[in-house]
Design a protein around this ligand. Structure first.
Ligand code: SAH
Length: 244
C-alpha cells in the first residue's frame, strides 16, 4: 500500500526543513514539487527517485489543481512512497486541503507534514516579530491574490484592527490595491509597511516604508515576496539580525 506525504518544504532556508520532511524526502520513490524556494531540497532524495515538476510552465500558466491531484493519485498507484512537496506549509495557501480530500476520496493513504510557513518565518528573518507585547496582540495572514474581477471582496477589510499585524501573501502585484484599501479603511498614510522578497535565503531583500510610499520603494523586488503591515515593522531597527 502506498503512502503519500503532503509535505511542507519551509520558506527557503534548507535548514528550516522539519526532521520528518527530511526523513520522508530521503525515502521517497517519487517527489512531486512545484516552484520551490529552495530546489536544493531535492538533493536529499535517494538515487533513482523520480522527480515530477507540476509548477509554473511559464510566467502565466500553472498546472490546474485537478491535474495535479490526478498526477499525485497516478503516482501513488505506481510507487510506494510519494512526497508531494510544497513551499512553506501545505495548508497555508498551499491547496494541501484539496489534495488531501482528493486522496481521501480515492482511497489513498496520506499524511500531512506541516512546514514552517513563510508568513511567520520570513518576517522573522527580516527582524519583524508578528506579535509583540504592547504593540501587536494578534496577526492575520491574508491572501493578496484576490481576483480583481471579484465584485465583492471576501477579505474583511473593515475588521482589520489597529494593533494587529497584517501579512499578505501572493500580494506583490496587488500592492497598490492593498495599500489604498488600507488607507481607505482609515489607516494613516504613515502606517509602517515592509515588503520582503526571497526571505530566509541569501537573496533576501527587505524594503521598509509606509502605506504611502511602499509601492514606489518595492517596485523592483522579485517574487516570491510578502507584505507586512503594522507597528511591528519598526522593531526591525533593533531586531535586524539576518543581514548583520
Ligand atoms: N504555503 C506557503 C505559501 C504559498 S502562497 C507558505 O506556507 O509559506 C505563496 C506566497 O508565499 C508567495 O506569493 C509569497 O507571498 C509567500 N512566500 C513564500 N516563500 C516566500 C519567501 N521565501 N519570501 C517571501 N515570500 C514568500
Amino acid at each position: 500500500m502506498s503512502q503519500v506525504y503532503l509535505t511542507g518544504a519551509g520558506p527557503g532556508d534548507i535548514d528550516l526543513l522539519t526532521l520528518k520532511a527530511y526523513r520522508v524526502i530521503g525515502q521517497a520513490d517519487v517527489i512531486i514539487y512545484d516552484r520551490l524556494a529552495n530546489p536544493k531540497i531535492l538533493e536529499i532524495a535517494k538515487n533513482g527517485c523520480k522527480f515530477v515538476y507540476v509548477g509554473k510552465e511559464n510566467a502565466k500558466h500553472t498546472l490546474p489543481q485537478d491535474e495535479i491531484n490526478k498526477i499525485i493519485y497516478e503516482n501513488a498507484c505506481q510507487h510506494n512512497i510519494v512526497v508531494r512537496l510544497k513551499g512553506g506549509d501545505p495548508f497555508v495557501f498551499g491547496r494541501g486541503g484539496e489534495e488531501g480530500i482528493y486522496l481521501h476520496e480515492h482511497g489513498i493513504n496520506y499524511e500531512i507534514i506541516p512546514g514552517i510557513t513563510s508568513a511567520i518565518s520570513v518576517p522573522a528573518y527580516a527582524g519583524i516579530p508578528v506579535t509583540h507585547r504592547g504593540i501587536a496582540v494578534s496577526f492575520r495572514v491574508v491572501t493578496g491574490h484576490e481576483s480583481p474581477k471579484k465584485k465583492i471582496s471576501q477579505i474583511p477589510w473593515d475588521s482589520f484592527k489597529a494593533d494587529e499585524t497584517l501579512i499578505f501573501l501572493m500580494g506583490l502585484h496587488n500592492l497598490t490595491k492593498i495599500t489604498s484599501k488600507l488607507i481607505g479603511i482609515g489607516k494613516p498614510k504613515e502606517y509602517p509597511c515592509a515588503v520582503i522578497s526571497k526571505g530566509t535565503t541569501k537573496e533576501q531583500k527587505v524594503v521598509v516604508g509606509t502605506l504611502d510610499d511602499i509601492v514606489q520603494k518595492a517596485k523592483e523586488l522579485p517574487s516570491p515576496a510578502l507584505i507586512v503591515v503594522g507597528e511591528v515593522v519598526k522593531l526591525r531597527n533593533q531586531l535586524k539580525w539576518f543581514e548583520t
